[in-house]
Design a protein around this ligand. Structure first.
Ligand SMILES: *Cc1c(COP(=O)(O)O)cnc(C)c1O
Length: 397
């Protein structure tokens, strides 16, 4: 086989792999507790499903414009205005096959050979691979747990050089649940404007925030910053619509146009009926969202409290998304059945094999002291899973 360098260079999404492995074990009758899920466990709200059924029955089964239907783009425009104080023209909005696709297109448009992309770690794993697919160089900047995994202005400045083209920020963040304040965003934004560095702001978890926190859209802070920013969002996480594959980007016209041109040769439009469903999601009642967020918050509090009872494990209280990201390094160097636990990857493998708990080791996100525990699962599973982990760890020699 003679594959291209870019194919040889790429790794499959490990989060999807672990989730698939857990589901396979479940299907085989094994009682797996799955903390690896990267999606809400709720069903898509009924009125959204109905909108897709109506669209289907009305014969909305043909190509739509590449960058999305007028109805959906208007709904997105309105959403950005009201929720984010961002004013975009319709031509500056591109509807994509999930937010992942918006990120991919934006990176393809902005980055090429010789360009450096700043990626604060822990990072979402697909950013890294998408940067590599664009033949650019990821510059990973580790953040500190004591800074709540936030990139500081000093860390940002130190990472910049004349090859720096882009930075990717994700707030609320996967895997840490970190949410930047407006002030913290503004401090970073000032530096980006000064050095004219593009910014992709991944806001996919925007609505999944707790304790009345209101995340800010960084592009709304400053007009010059907006001219450098691609805002990425989508319906997957907010409306429990991961399978529908609808995301979107809002960007300065030249960027949006180039993204649309690439898309016109790759996927054409995202699925027509999923677009109709997304109009209902964005424009319809938001009551289901509030209900889901309330449940997530209760589970977060519960899982955080349970994890806090494990000796030696430290964990920040996440402010958004649906993951806990505890530090298990106190257990490194201990042994399990004669084998040394060297990092979180060894722990996560042992958990899946011996106590049937699936979770994603931090190495996937750039720091192997941590393990991501998703609480997009039932209360009973949270209780049982954390108990299994606790028993396992306290038995290590
Ligand atoms: C889930 C996720 C996405 C992708 O969402 P889709 O719209 O389903 O493609 C993007 N960014 C982060 C950080 C995510 O966790």
């Amino acid at each position: 086989m003679r594959l291209a360098a870019r194919a040889l260079n790429i790794s499959p999404s490990p989060t999807l792999t672990i989730d698939a492995q857990a589901k396979k074990m479940q299907a085989a009758g094994v009682q797996v507790i799955n903390f690896s899920a990267g999606e809400p466990d709720f069903d898509t709200p009924e009125h959204i499903k109905q909108a897709a059924i109506t669209a289907l029955k009305k014969g909305m089964t043909k190509y739509t414009p590449v960058t999305g239907t007028l109805e959906l783009k208007q709904a997105i425009r309105q959403k950005l205005k009201i929720d984010n104080q961002l004013d975009y023209r319709l031509e500056e909005i591109v509807v994509t096959v999930g937010a992942k696709h918006a990120l991919y297109n934006a990176i393809q448009v902005l980055c090429g050979v010789g360009d450096e992309v700043i990626l604060p770690a822990p990072y979402w794993v697909s950013y890294l691979e998408q940067i590599k697919l664009a033949e650019s160089t990821p510059v990973i900047v580790p953040t500190k747990a004591e800074n709540n995994f936030k990139l500081t202005p000093e860390e940002l400045t130190a990472a910049i050089n004349e090859r720096t083209k882009l930075i990717i920020l994700n707030s609320p963040a996967n895997p840490t649940g970190t949410v930047y304040t407006a002030q913290e965003m503004a401090a970073l934004g000032e530096i980006l404007v000064k050095y004219k560095i593009y910014l992709i702001s991944d806001e996919i978890y925007e609505k999944l925030v707790y304790n009345q926190i209101k995340p800010v859209s960084i592009a709304a802070l400053d007009q010059k910053l907006k001219e450098l920013t691609v805002v990425v969002n989508g319906v997957s996480k907010t409306y429990a619509m991961t399978g529908w594959r609808i995301g979107y980007a809002a960007a300065p016209l030249a960027i949006a146009k180039a993204m649309a041109d690439i898309q016109s040769h790759c996927t054409s439009n995202p699925t027509s009926i999923a677009q109709a469903a997304s109009v209902a999601a964005l424009s319809g009642s938001q009551e289901d969202v509030s209900a889901m967020v309330a449940v997530f918050q209760k589970r977060r509090d519960f899982m955080y409290q349970e994890v806090s009872t494990i000796p030696g494990v430290s964990c920040n209280l996440p402010q958004g998304a649906f993951y806990l990201f505890p530090d298990f390094s106190a257990y490194f160097g201990k042994h399990f059945q004669g084998k040394e636990i060297k990092g979180a990857s060894d722990l996560a493998s042992a958990w899946l094999e011996k106590i049937q708990v699936a979770a994603v080791p931090g190495i996937v996100f750039g720091d192997d002291r941590f393990i991501r525990l998703s609480y997009a699962t039932s209360w009973e599973d949270i209780k049982e899973g954390v108990n299994r982990i606790k028993t396992f760890l306290t038995c290590l020699a």
